[in-house]
Design a protein around this ligand. Structure first.
Ligand SMILES: O=c1ccn([C@@H]2O[C@H](COP(=O)(O)OP(=O)(O)O[C@H]3O[C@H](CO)[C@@H](O)[C@H](O)[C@H]3O)[C@@H](O)[C@H]2O)c(=O)[nH]1
Ligand SMILES: O=C(O)[C@H](O)COP(=O)(O)O
Length: 345
């Protein structure tokens, strides 16, 4: 069945040049913050920050700040990101009065208190195949369509695990990757959307970590502290502003570091908790215990994993600091970001 939303709201990153985006941004007096949540990403975060800084802040003034949210890293993520030109905040140090939770969603939620752009764009820190159009490409619909509030990136998802099937191409060593990536997307997110919110079934990558949102919307949303953040923001945007508030942009092909199947089981649990809550099925608990089982020597041995399904209330309700151009955001946000970029020029 043809999806009318898909036809109306699907774009390609090549629909806008960076120069055109800079002009649109200037005319609309819009500011843009890039936020990169990162936990133990010292291997990749430096290269990612350096490239976006060079191409989207120095060569073209598209980003007003580049902020890395250091999410309880135990490696050199913060130092590497700072050296590459980002403003770095330790998530636990941002608004300590609000407490601290572990997780990606917590890093994104707290980023609202230390940034000030009218548009907030997110980029994962573990990318190994990507381009700066993963950021610039998200901005076109937001700068041209007033009704659009959330833009999701989509791409072919590479699964680069030993022995993965259906290889589209191999490297010189004979090692081959396939387009079978996005296992939680295919097995949990897409079926859940089809069952509960079919209006969103034209979204190609509902869990993509590359997305951009208007601050005035994001600050009104509850935000799961873990991996449920993408599904929650997508569904809540649809429920609050209608499906045409969502757009998507083709970004080509993406490869990232994969998590183990058992870790993805925890992620899947977080997504199902998000879906339950938005379907009136809240269990009233912020913790779910899943049983997973060993294999080989440990076959059948149960291992309980506690999965946190905490959600943060809308940042707009969190008091001083949530305002886009005041409090903590004004002090450590835009200005800090520009200094971070300028210091390296
Ligand atoms: O506690 C955490 C965990 C992860 N991250 C960062 O979040 C990004 C994505 O995390 P990752 O573990 O690589 O997630 P994926 O397995 O890639 O999960 C996919 O699916 C998730 C669930 O929707 C999305 O949040 C991800 O962006 C998307 O890439 C990376 O920069 C991480 O460093 C944090 O900041 N804090
Ligand atoms: O988006 C997803 O479905 C998860 O991040 C898993 O992705 P992967 O199967 O490519 O590791």
């Amino acid at each position: 069945m043809e999806n009318a939303w898909f036809a109306r709201r699907t774009y390609r990153s090549s629909d806008w040049t960076v120069e055109r985006l800079v002009e649109l941004k200037r005319r609309r007096r819009t500011t843009v913050s890039l936020v990169i949540p990162a936990r133990d990403e010292s291997a990749t975060v430096g290269g990612i920050v350096a490239r976006v800084r060079e191409e989207l802040a120095e060569d073209a003034p598209l980003l007003d700040e580049i902020v890395v949210m250091d999410s309880d890293s135990v490696d050199d993520t913060a130092a590497v990101a700072r050296a590459a030109g980002a403003t770095v905040h330790r998530v636990a140090d941002v608004r300590p009065d609000l407490g601290h939770h572990r997780g990606k969603g917590e890093a994104m939620w707290k980023s609202q208190f230390v940034t000030s752009g009218d548009i907030v764009a997110f980029l994962d820190a573990d990318l190994v195949e990507w381009g700066t159009h993963f950021v610039s490409g998200l901005l076109g619909p937001l700068l041209t369509e007033p009704r659009v509030s959330l833009v999701k990136g989509f791409y072919d998802r590479v699964l680069d695990l030993p022995g993965s099937p259906g290889a589209p191409e191999g490297d010189a060593s004979g090692h081959a990757a396939s387009y079978e990536g996005g296992r939680v997307t295919e097995l949990v997110a897409r079926p859940t959307i089809a069952l509960r919110w079919p209006a969103l079934s034209g979204v190609v990558q509902p869990l993509s970590g590359e997305w951009a949102v208007r601050r005035d919307l994001f600050s009104q949303l509850s935000v799961p502290t873990g991996y449920g953040v993408e599904l929650a923001v997508l569904v809540d945007t649809h429920l609050r502003r209608g499906v045409d508030a969502v757009a998507q942009v083709d970004l080509g092909r993406r490869a990232h570091r994969h998590q183990s199947l058992r870790d993805l089981g925890a992620m899947a649990t977080e997504l199902l908790a998000v879906a339950d809550r938005r379907s009136g099925l809240d269990r009233g608990s912020d913790r779910v215990e899943i049983q997973q089982f060993g294999s080989g020597e440990g076959r059948g041995r149960p291992r309980a994993t506690a999965v946190s399904v905490v959600e943060r209330p809308p940042a707009a309700e969190a008091g001083a600091g949530a305002a886009p151009h005041g409090g903590v955001a004004g002090d450590a946000g835009l200005r800090g970001g520009l200094e971070g970029v300028a210091n390296r020029c």
